[in-house]
Each structure stands twice: as C-alpha cells, then as structure tokens.
Design a binder for this molecule. Sequence first.
Ligand code: SAH
Ligand code: MG
Length: 214
Amino acid sequence: MADRTYHSYVDDLFGDEDDILRETRAAIAREGLPIIHVSPSEGKLLHVLALTIGARRILEIGTLGGYSAIWLARALPEDGRLITLEIDPHHADVARWNFVHAGLDDRIEIRQGPAAEQLKAMQGGREPLFDLVFIDADKPGYPEYLELSLPLVRAGGLILADNALPKAVLEPESDNPLVRYNAAVAGHPELSSVIVPTLRDEMDGLAISIKRAA
Ligand code: SAH
Ligand code: MG
C-alpha cells in the first residue's frame, strides 16, 4: 500500500466516494480526458459549501467529465438545478453519460460552448440568480468569468474558484490570471474572500468569496 500523505488521509476519511464517483473518475480516464478534476476531498468541500448556504441553483464553469458537478449537484434539493458550461464537445458527452449514470441528468444541464459567450447570454435577468458559482475552466478566462458571474449571484451567494494558488502567486510582479483574479476578489467591495489550501501533491487552493448585500 502506498504511504499515507496528508491528502490521502483526508481524501480517505472525508472524500467518501461511492461507486458512482469512482466510476465517474474511471470513465474520465478511459475516455482519455485530462485528469484535472478536483480531488475527492475538494469535491466534498464544494458539497459542504453548497449545503451550508442551502444552494438550490448552481453554475459551474468548466465541466470536464462532470466529477465536481456530481459532488455539487448532490447537495441540491430534488427541484434544484445545476448548469455547467463546457467548450469541448467530447468532454460534454462524457459528462452527459456520467450524469445519467449518477441519476442526476434531471437536475444538471450542460451548455456547450465558450463560457464567456454563455455567461454573456445569461446577463440582464434572463437567468434566475444563482446561489453558487464554481469557476474551474481555462485560467486566462478567470478575471472575465468573475465580472460576468457577479451579477448572476444572489446576495449571500458564493463564488468559488479552483486552482487559486499557482506558483506564480509567489512572484512579486506576476500577471498570471489567478494572481489577477485573487487581487480582484480581495479588493472587491461586494465580496468577502479567502483562499483555503486544497490538499494535493502540489500546493493549490480554492478561492471562496461570499457576495454581501449591496
Ligand atoms: N470542474 C471539473 C474540471 C474542469 S477542467 C472537475 O473538477 O471535475 C476544465 C474544463 O474547462 C475542461 O473540460 C475544458 O475543456 C473546459 N474549458 C476550457 N476552456 C473553456 C472555455 N473557454 N469555456 C468553457 N469551458 C472551457
Ligand atoms: Mg481545477
């Protein structure tokens, strides 16, 4: 057996995957998608955060094979809804299969296309507000996804961003998009934010922002 690490300890104890989640990861690997989904314990963190605020409507930016979406959707009530945005048709197909397999296809809607276009189409009250947005797509898009997500989230709702602690945060003058994203949420008058480290082989983190009442 492999040596225990901090993250394998937390994944094993709290990342309580069932067969569906294990099979979702297996399908992602079998279909040749990159293995860049959240870890089991980060999936659990997303799930717990969604439960904490009683989320009924969730928006995910970056579906891959649907692994994080399943963790999030399992926090929804039966009449809740998760919309997930994905640019790659093959990724969307694999995710669709996984959502059916998980019995969640009635609660999850995949919108295929570039996320920025999808988000622009949702502006102006065309989409009911979301309780939670999870940003986890192309990193250069993060600052724009934040701007476009803010009007779509209710007061008291959460905006979460994965991979918020790349090595670039240690470089003083970095223009890395995550460095810009983190500075934007830290300085935003409508948001209270922090980064929680996520346990992986390499350091990384989840940026958590709550939208305050205006
Ligand atoms: N949230 C997933 C992982 C997402 S990986 C999980 O943890 O299970 C990032 C995904 O974003 C990839 O599937 C990639 O195809 C998608 N993506 C990249 N650029 C995008 C864009 N401009 N619009 C929408 N999706 C994009
Ligand atoms: Mg990620």
